[in-house]
Write a protein that binds this ligand. Structure first.
Ligand SMILES: O=C(O)Cc1cc(O)ccc1O
Ligand SMILES: [Fe+2]
Length: 444
């Protein structure tokens, strides 16, 4: 991508307007009068636009979890040519059956630099996942590395919503609902089925994607925490309507039941002039997260750091939780302060957006930004040897953990890695050794 394109995208991204709130009925019109009032589907939609409903949940789901939006667009989405299969590149989908699920603790370095001209879609690389896209259960973990903007093509995912976690390089997301800027430290969510294009605001971009096949991410209940805290609803930002009036070939790539399908439209489908609803994309700045923790003793379970949760039919059991380890004060008295040793029925994939994570040694060969670790169901893990020794001996003055931003995709089902993830050069060897040398101290 040329510097001029970068510059143009950067200029656009500088002055974006947003509509704030989570799960509320947003509405926006790029042209005054484009949004009908008093009804969703008038006999003739305003300004000659076509009205279209986009349903992210079944019509009949409870009001509290129902997601749908009404779009008023230049052309109806239905007017398109047939889709045909294209190569999946390094994208894989659920069910993950290429290799057997592996109980070993695994850790990866960042993805290698992509070939020149790799855009976000071409740069997606699947690490693993669970469930079944056709059953709308489970999740996939992807990473991306790109050095080019998507041009003349858009992407949409019928299989699930995409939670994009940039680690390097800000992105401009042009969606059917308008524009979002997502930089490292932000997360962006593209709901199921929403078409979007990713432009780079810097020369290259890298990050993580949680593809959630299950119920849409929502805010966790707060229970005794009260009415405020963790991720506050008003910090979620939806775009305002912005449409492209582009006639000419645009490739529309649709991920459907694990595979990529493509059709060439004669116009851009990002042609929505007005919309309203709650099935909308959004960005959230993780630094806005109101971190709550222990002010007496013991290290709380990391569920206290849940930003978003995809509930299952079992209360409290998430298909996948998105959890952030943001800067915070540690003040626990007589407490082993880093994450404890544990074995978890849930499976944990962790990534690092910047700095270091308080349970792991940083630096080359360690847990580094852009890398990731997988601690599958019931696999024993926790602080590495050096962290354990330092934290066991540390003087317990109040201390700010301020040098990192880590996150976790925590899922109810074991994560099966892809063949490429297990064969990758950037899979670290000898991860187990970080727990070697934890000697016995007990003497009977
Ligand atoms: O590092 C991990 O494994 C994640 C994690 C963090 C924490 O604060 C407590 C438990 C836990 O699994
Ligand atoms: Fe853990």
């Amino acid at each position: 991508m040329s510097g001029t394109d970068n510059e143009r995208a950067r200029k656009t991204a500088e002055s974006l307007a947003y509509s704030s709130g989570f799960g509320n009925e947003h509405s926006s019109e790029a042209v005054p009068g484009a949004l009908p009032h008093g009804r969703n589907s008038p006999q003739r939609a305003p300004l000659g636009l076509y009205a279209e409903q986009l349903s992210g949940t079944a019509f009949t789901e409870p009001r509290s979890s129902n997601r749908r939006s009404w779009l008023y667009r230049v052309r109806p989405s239905a007017a398109h040519p047939a889709f045909s299969r294209i190569d999946n590149g390094a994208l894989r989908g659920a069910p993950f059956t290429e290799v057997e699920a592996d109980p070993n603790r695994l850790r990866w370095d960042p993805l290698p630099e992509p070939a020149a001209g790799t855009d976000f879609l071409a740069g997606l690389w699947t690490l693993g996942g669970n469930g079944d896209a056709t059953q709308r259960t489970g999740m996939a973990i992807h990473l991306y590395a790109a050095n080019s903007s998507m041009t003349d093509r858009v992407f949409s995912d019928a299989d699930g919503e995409l939670l994009i976690v940039p680690e390097r390089g800000a992105l401009l997301l042009r969606t059917e609902f308008g524009l979002l800027r997502a930089a490292p430290g932000h997360v962006a969510l593209i709901p199921r089925g929403v078409r979007f294009r990713v432009e780079l605001l810097e020369d290259s971009a890298r990050g993580y994607v949680c593809e959630n096949y299950g119920r849409p991410f929502t805010l966790p209940d707060l229970g005794p925490i009260g009415a405020n805290g963790l991720a506050n609803a008003r910090d979620f930002l939806a775009p305002v309507a912005a449409y492209e009036d582009v006639e000419g070939p645009v490739q529309v790539v649709n991920k459907f039941c694990g595979n990529l399908w493509s059709a060439t439209y004669g116009h851009s489908p990002l042609d929505v002039v007005a919309w309203h609803g709650n099935h909308v994309p959004y960005v959230y700045d993780l630094r806005r997260f109101n971190v709550i923790g222990s002010i007496s003793y013991d290290h709380p379970d990391p569920s206290i750091f849940t930003v978003l949760t995809s509930p299952s039919d079992t209360p409290g059991l998430a298909g996948v939780d998105f959890v952030v380890f943001a800067p915070r004060w540690l003040v626990g008295e007589d407490t082993f302060r880093p994450p404890y040793f544990h074995r978890n029925v849930m499976s944990e994939y962790m990534g690092l957006i910047e700095g270091a994570y308080d349970a792991k040694t940083a630096g080359k060969g360690g847990f580094v930004p852009g890398g990731g670790s997988l601690h599958n169901m019931m696999s024993a893990h926790g602080p590495d040897r050096d962290t354990f020794e330092a934290a066991s001996a540390a003087e317990l003055a109040p201390r700010k953990v301020s040098d990192g931003l880590a996150f976790m995709f925590e899922t109810r089902w074991p994560v099966t890695a892809t063949a490429q993830a297990l064969a990758a050069d950037h899979l670290q060897s000898g991860y187990d050794t970080v727990w070697q040398g934890l000697e016995r101290h007990f003497r009977s």
